[in-house]
Design a protein around this ligand. Sequence first.
Ligand code: AMP
Length: 132
Amino acid sequence: MASIFTKIVQGDIPCYKIAESEKYFAFLDINPLQKGHTLVIPKREVDYIYDLEEEELAGLHVFAQRVAKAIEQAIPCNRIGVAVIGLEVPHAHIHLIPIQSMQDMNFTNPKLLLESSEMDLIAQSIRSNMAK
Ligand code: AMP
């Protein structure tokens, strides 16, 4: 069965989309640790990130760099924290999280509950900062 992220890529499940290329896709995490918390995935469904082909893994990180630069512009922060967990959704993904301090990317912290209108605005703001 297709992963929930494949369904997002195919448009069968809605998301707050940030960016898309031929092979990669980025969208807001639905249960964000911080405003602007974004997931970057390969469109090809592979569970474990280190099972990706070398070239695909490299491409995923380069795509994530473009997205991170746009998040930095949209959300005031010290850094974009990068994490790979992958215990919940079996489709490789990189978490990009705008942080002020290390505590901001503690995955055991309570998640933010944001209105969909705010998620829309955040996504729009990050999208508008994506380099063409
Ligand atoms: P993990 O697999 O442990 O890296 O966690 C998966 C992440 O995907 C969690 O942070 C979830 O909040 C996020 N997530 C799960 N379903 C969705 C969805 N439909 N849209 C956006 N993010 C999701």
